[in-house]
Design a protein around this ligand. Structure first.
Ligand SMILES: [Zn+2]
Ligand SMILES: [Zn+2]
Length: 337
């Protein structure tokens, strides 16, 4: 199975948090957290359309300036999501610069910023040509856990406690379309860009009895027409969609554990902060972070298939293996329970 999403931590486990997720088959990506993103290429940053921020501690949000700097003057809609206070944080960042010349820009750069509150979402738009002056109007919508949805995937969040409201995220592919290359060859076709349209037709719930045209041949001049349902049976295997979760910065308490387990249950891959070793649990508690053992327990209780700890405290530089070992031991233990 070729996964649709290949999540990539932006930095090493001792550096600022951030998870870059390119969307396979599209020149687009989403990102969880915006710490220092200088290790991402400009080309990769410019693929980002949706930005999900757990909380605005500096190490999770300082990359906003770099991102904005690159998008300035471009034709792009950026969608940002963050916890309580997020609209103020974004407005504060934008107010830190002078925008007197942007009215001359011909491209439209728009930020659509959503603040996540327990019962509702508040969205405001900020337009570059208007000098990012906050919109007087805002859109209020009920919040039921879902932040963003498109035909092929969705992103959900829960509000966690990190001595301030902090969001945990999960990305869920609706279903996964595996292309059977033998099936493609048997029909005299070749793997190509048409497969993107084929997958899109499935995600758009197109009628299986409808016609689907494939452009093939060396110059894509030849057209072959199939019945979508028949073609699907011959070239595709539909399996459950991928689930990727990202949990950063939280206190270890009953309510947080319950919410995280419910959100990330059965993830294919969980990225979770594990700042301290269990022997330093008192420090972890004071700083409102997890220990590696606690992160491993949460991963095991959630039955995730793979766990990657990150956000290690600098006090353990050179000892990353100890944190990783502690996570895996606790994960195995909780999984067996
Ligand atoms: Zn942090
Ligand atoms: Zn934090």
């Amino acid at each position: 199975m070729r996964p649709s999403f290949l999540p990539r931590p932006v930095n090493g486990p001792f550096d600022d948090p951030g998870l870059f997720i390119p969307l396979f088959f599209e020149r687009r990506a989403i990102i969880f957290d915006l710490g220092d993103i200088y290790s991402l290429s400009a080309k990769d940053i410019l693929k980002i359309s949706h930005i999900f921020i757990t909380h605005t501690h500096m190490d999770h949000f300082i990359g906003f300036d770099r991102l904005l700097r690159l998008f300035l003057g471009r034709d792009q809609h950026l969608y940002l999501f963050g916890p309580k206070g997020f609209l103020n944080n974004v407005e504060g960042k934008l107010a830190g610069y002078s925008w007197n010349l942007v009215k001359n820009y011909s491209n439209l750069l728009a930020l659509h910023v959503t603040e996540v509150l327990p019962d509702h979402l508040i969205t405001k738009d900020y337009i570059c040509q208007n000098g990012f002056v906050p919109d007087q109007t805002s859109l209020k919508q009920p919040f039921n856990g879902l932040l963003h949805e498109e035909p092929s995937f969705s992103v959900s969040a829960r509000i966690l406690d990190h001595s301030l409201p902090c969001l945990g995220f999960t990305l869920k592919e609706r279903f996964h379309v595996n292309i059977l290359k033998d099936g493609v060859t048997k029909l005299g076709l070749e793997v190509g860009p048409w497969l993107k349209d084929f997958k899109q037709a499935l995600f758009d719930n197109q009628d299986p009895d409808s016609k689907f045209e494939v452009s093939c041949g060396k110059t894509n001049q030849q057209k072959k027409t199939f019945v979508l349902g028949d073609l699907t049976k011959q070239i595709a295997l539909i399996t459950p969609g991928q689930k990727i979760s990202y949990i950063a910065d939280l206190v270890y308490n009953e309510s947080n554990v319950e919410k995280v387990v419910e959100l990330v249950k059965d993830s294919d891959h969980l990225f979770i902060e594990a700042s301290f070793l269990e022997k330093d649990r008192d420090v972890a508690e004071k700083k409102c972070h997890l220990t590696a053992r606690q992160a491993g327990i949460i991963a095991g209780m959630s039955g995730v298939k793979q766990v990657t700890p990150f956000h290690f405290s600098p006090r353990y530089v050179g000892q990353a293996h100890l944190l990783e070992k502690e996570v895996i031991a606790a994960y195995d233990e909780a999984l067996r329970r």
